[in-house]
Design a protein around this ligand. Structure first.
Ligand SMILES: [Zn+2]
Length: 86
């Protein structure tokens, strides 16, 4: 009989998935009033203020609300094998 109860207990959380949310190109139609489609060309949302303030939801580059920007959610898994290929 082995009395080997001293396993190495790893307290690292294997399944912790990190969600990273980024906002990419602005898709607000600036020409909607004339029946056309034209975006402002902003390709990445940059908050114009600190997080938690109203300014954080406004793009510093184009001035549009963050909702107009394409939301991209990435899940990063902390595996040792690396990331899955796209
Ligand atoms: Zn914009």
């Amino acid at each position: 009989m082995h009395e080997n109860n001293e396993y190495n207990i790893k307290e690292e959380r294997k399944n912790s998935k990190e969600r990273i949310v980024t906002y990419e190109e602005c898709r607000k139609n600036h020409a909607a009033s004339i029946g056309k489609y034209a975006v402002d060309g902003c390709c990445e949302f940059m908050p114009s203020g600190d997080e938690g303030t109203a300014a954080a939801l406004r793009c510093a580059a184009c001035g549009c609300h963050r909702n107009f920007h394409k939301k991209v959610v990435r899940q990063i898994e902390s595996f040792r094998h690396g990331f899955s290929k796209p």
